[in-house]
Design a protein around this ligand. Structure first.
Ligand code: FEO
Length: 399
């Protein structure tokens, strides 16, 4: 891929991973990028590296600008392996004068690479280094999303290198937000937030407030994945603000798995009931949908209605797996309800309710259970439940 000058003497030198389809359990149908940035000043600095598998792409890009041995500083904003896997080879080739990272980054680098003789230097939150004409300010963003995470802000260029924040798993030949389809970009940005950042929403709210307080002038945000924001900065900041407040839209999801289509028939009837209230509703069969896509829908929905048949006194495995995934991401401020068919014991509804209680969902219905196959009156009850949930969504959202 071509090296791109994103600002005066600041270059994208990262790698495109066109083929990745699974990122530790997150489906990446559109591939991803590992962004790294080279700054040429009196000191030459490389911000982040790439996944180990892509080190040759990074080196090839760097060599179009400088000899790697000319790099003075490495800045490690985040130690997760998709950005640091190439670090040992880059350190070996560049022999940098300094490697800057956060205090927690120092620990994480030691625990990942067990380095000997690397010139590591932990920086304080808010501290600066000069590259000559350019000043880099380091902003600790602990637990966004790892303990070591930090941002680098290039003051004179008003450029925020934001590590994973504002990223998208999107492989493209284009480097900027205004060069790709906007709705695709926001879809991938929301999927990233839903599957990586949802549980850190309270910290994101604090971070956004802190950035506002600091009055940082930002005219470009360069995340470590996907395209660089230069034309839609306001849109992505607003989206993060909304998502971090868990403001659900006037939308409900009916998420289910089914053994002999009885729970599916209930799911369709609940969906019909919600739709009769005018609330937008989406029916999601877990057998056909990847959990990370379902979580993207959960991010924007107000009501999450779960259906599972009972299997061996428990849940169907796909629902159990989805619940474990969703609980880890801790979505909040949702209305919840459950339903399902059963043969003799019928624990599924109770188990789904318990899971949603743990997530502090507002469970507004005791749940509907139907023995074996739902008849007309059972389906009518499902429709009525859907209508009540739809009304609750209307009552608790602004349109
Ligand atoms: Fe893209 Fe947290 O790594």
């Amino acid at each position: 891929m071509k090296v791109t000058e994103i600002k005066d003497n600041i270059f994208w030198v990262g790698a495109i991973d066109w083929n990745i389809r699974d990122f530790h359990g997150y489906s990446t149908y559109k591939g991803t990028t590992y962004n790294a940035f080279l700054v040429k000043d009196e000191k030459i600095a490389l911000f982040d590296t790439v996944k180990k598998t892509h080190v040759n792409d990074l080196l090839h890009h760097i060599k179009q600008l400088v000899d790697p041995t000319e790099i003075d500083y490495l800045i490690v904003n985040h130690v997760e392996m998709d950005h640091s896997g190439a670090l040992p080879e880059i350190v070996e080739r560049c022999k940098p004068e300094k490697i800057f990272c956060s205090k927690m980054g120092l620990k994480a680098i030691n625990e990942h690479f067990h380095p000997e003789g690397w010139p590591l230097e932990a920086v304080e939150n808010g501290s600066t280094i000069s590259l000559g004409s350019k000043t880099v300010k380091f902003l600790e963003t602990r637990m966004l999303h790892w303990p070591d995470s930090m941002f680098s802000y290039l003051q004179e260029d008003k450029l925020l290198i934001s590590s994973d924040a504002f990223g998208q798993h999107l492989a493209t030949s284009e480097r900027f937000d205004d060069e790709v389809d906007f709705s695709e970009l926001m879809e991938q940005t929301s999927k990233y937030y839903a599957n990586i950042l949802t549980l850190y929403s309270p910290l994101i709210r604090k971070l956004l407030a802190k950035v506002r307080e600091m009055n940082l002038e930002i005219d470009m945000i360069a995340p470590d994945h996907g395209v660089i924001w230069r034309s839609h900065i306001g849109d992505v900041l607003q989206a993060y603000d909304n998502w971090s407040q868990n403001k659900g839209k006037r939308k409900a999801l009916v998420i289910y798995d089914t053994m002999w289509q009885s729970t599916e028939a209930m799911a369709k009837a609940v969906t019909a009931g919600v739709s009769m209230t005018g609330v937008s509703v989406k029916l999601i069969n877990l057998a056909m949908s990847h959990r990370s896509d379902v979580m993207t829908d959960v991010l924007n929905a107000k009501a999450v209605i779960l259906g599972s048949s009972t299997l061996n006194n428990g849940l169907l495995p796909r629902m159990a797996g989805f619940l474990m995934y969703m609980r880890g991401l801790k979505p909040t401020n949702k209305i919840g309800a459950a339903f399902g068919s059963y043969g003799w014991s019928g624990e599924a509804v109770k188990l789904m309710n318990r899971s949603m209680e743990d997530m502090k969902f507002d469970i507004i219905e005791p749940g509907l259970r139907v023995k074996y196959v739902p008849g007309h009156s059972d389906l009518s009850e499902c429709v009525e439940m859907g209508k009540r949930i739809g009304q609750a969504v209307i009552d608790s959202t602004e349109e």
